[in-house]
Design a protein around this ligand. Structure first.
Ligand SMILES: Nc1ncnc2c1ncn2[C@@H]1O[C@H](COP(=O)(O)OP(=O)(O)OP(=O)(O)O)[C@@H](O)[C@H]1O
Length: 318
């Protein structure tokens, strides 16, 4: 059996919050039990407020658990936080870890010094990351002038500069365009293949999970409700895809198309969205049925999104 990189045993966290004049306790994370082995890529998913960020904060020593324990890279996150920082790289999609006014290159130099990298190690690793993440053109640019896509690539490079064996990413592709998302995912796949890095990521984007993760942990109200493959999870609720059609003329809601659910209309019915279950029908069949009623100008098929799967798993449990 390979070495565990993360072990959670009954891990939980409560918060005391003020509610008017009274104080009440919010359980952000109930009691998690899970083990993540070296080299795994795990998607940690759940609805807003399910407890994902709180878990990550406990695993990286930012928050003290109220119950149970966590071991990350064989260390206790809070007391061993400094040693842990050498083993883990953390990327927060919504928070920068770079020096805003400094050129990207300078941030890398400071981080290399903080991590005590030798000169050769620093050059080799920086060159590798600059090439793989295509950072060359903006290495001399202050971070505050970067586009979101450029900044995220720089953030990832900064978090991985010291070649951590565990990389935790909190919403790494949030707000990125399709191309930037794809580049970032390709980089993470390559990094894992080359260095055997363990990846844990929280995301609301099914594409991240599909392309990066071989295991999914789904959390609901602070407890684990699924631990397995994404395909297995999708099968529990039937993974739905969405056909988006742009129509020649304003059309009333396309109800009653076999094996579909009408999700919504925009522009007075010029664009409509129909969910269908890929196990029972195909996009082509749905399109044919729509075309019998109205002329279709353009179409797109959307992947199932995490929110939809999560919502339906939650609904089936309540
Ligand atoms: N510092 C805090 N004080 C009080 N309550 C908190 C605090 N941090 C988190 N919570 C509460 O704990 C619960 C879990 O929050 P958490 O941020 O871990 O969820 P999340 O799954 O990461 O959500 P999101 O997808 O929106 O980032 C929420 O109900 C949140 O309001």
């Amino acid at each position: 059996m390979s070495e565990p990189v993360i072990v959670m045993e009954g891990l939980g966290r409560d918060f005391k919050v003020r509610d008017g004049l009274t104080r009440r306790t919010v359980t952000a994370v109930g009691a998690l039990d899970a083990r993540i082995d070296a080299g795994e890529a795990v998607g940690y998913i759940g609805a807003n407020g399910a407890g994902k960020s709180t878990t990550i904060k406990m695993l990286t020593g930012i928050l003290v658990p109220t119950r149970g324990s966590a071991t990350t890279c064989g260390l206790r996150p809070v007391p061993d936080r400094r040693r842990l920082a050498r083993e883990v790289g953390v990327v927060f999609g919504q928070r920068s870890q770079l020096w805003w006014d400094l050129p990207v290159r300078e941030s890398f130099r400071i981080l290399a010094a903080i991590h005590g990298l030798g000169a050769t190690q620093e050059t080799e690793r920086t060159d590798e990351l600059v090439e793989r993440l295509e950072l060359e053109e903006f290495l001399g640019t202050p971070v505050r002038q970067l586009s979101l896509g450029q900044r995220m690539r720089a953030e990832v490079a900064a978090a991985l500069l010291h070649s951590p064996r565990l990389v935790i990413l909190d919403e790494p592709t949030i707000g990125l365009d399709v191309l930037s998302k794809q580049r970032l995912r390709e980089f993470l796949v390559a990094e894992r293949r080359t260095h055997g890095t363990t990846l844990v990521l929280t995301t609301h984007d099914m594409g991240d999970v599909e392309r990066l993760c071989d295991r999914v942990l789904l959390v609901d109200r602070g407890s684990l409700v699924w631990d397995g493959t994404l395909t297995g999870l999708s099968r529990t609720v039937g993974a739905r895809r969405v056909l988006v059609v742009d129509l020649v003329e304003s059309t009333p809601d396309l109800l009653g198309i076999p094996d579909t659910e009408h999700l919504g209309s925009e522009g007075g019915g010029l664009r409509q969205r129909l969910a269908f279950d890929a196990e029972h029908t195909t996009a082509a069949k749905v399109l044919a049925a729509v075309s019998e009623r109205v002329e279709v100008l353009d179409l797109a098929v959307e992947e199932p999104d995490v929110e939809d799967v999560v919502r339906r798993v939650y609904a089936s449990r309540r």
